[in-house]
Design a protein around this ligand. Structure first.
Ligand SMILES: Nc1nc2c(c(=O)[nH]1)N=C([C@H](O)[C@@H](O)CO)CN2
Length: 119
């Protein structure tokens, strides 16, 4: 059984980018996260301790962005999917990061990765 917990359009203002001007000021990133998990225990217990808590995952993403500085979205995505798989009861995570201020002619640009927990 594959159940899913998701986070949509989590905004984090952070320093990221290749160019010098991007290292001078924060810009918004938007995170969409899909995490495969199993609801069986939580549905029996009705206890938040038995779920992948989307609020805690959101806090963790924000905290990591505030404590690290990288150039590429790909680097940040790899770091965050590793953290989510290591710290939460998730078998697979798909992370999409959008960077709306990067290309003015586009509504947004970004990347998406999917990573599975090693079995
Ligand atoms: N695939 C990517 N392409 C680009 C990235 C990135 O992180 N991943 N970053 C940049 C620059 O930082 C850009 O956002 C500045 O406008 C360019 N391409």
């Amino acid at each position: 059984m594959q159940d899913k917990v998701f986070i949509s359009q989590l905004q984090v203002n952070t320093i990221i980018g290749v160019f010098d001007f991007e290292k001078q000021a924060k810009q918004p990133l938007f995170f969409d996260v899909e995490m495969l998990t199993n609801f069986a225990q939580a549905a029996k217990s009705d206890n938040v301790d038995d779920v992948v808590d989307y609020a805690k995952v959101s806090e963790r993403i924000i905290a990591h962005c505030e404590s690290t500085q990288v150039e590429l979205l790909e680097t940040l995505a790899e770091q965050l999917t590793t953290i989510i798989l290591n710290e939460f009861a998730v078998s697979q995570v798909t992370l999409r990061i959008s960077k709306p201020q990067a290309v003015i002619e586009a509504q947004t640009v970004g990347i998406e990765i999917t990573r599975k927990k090693q079995s």
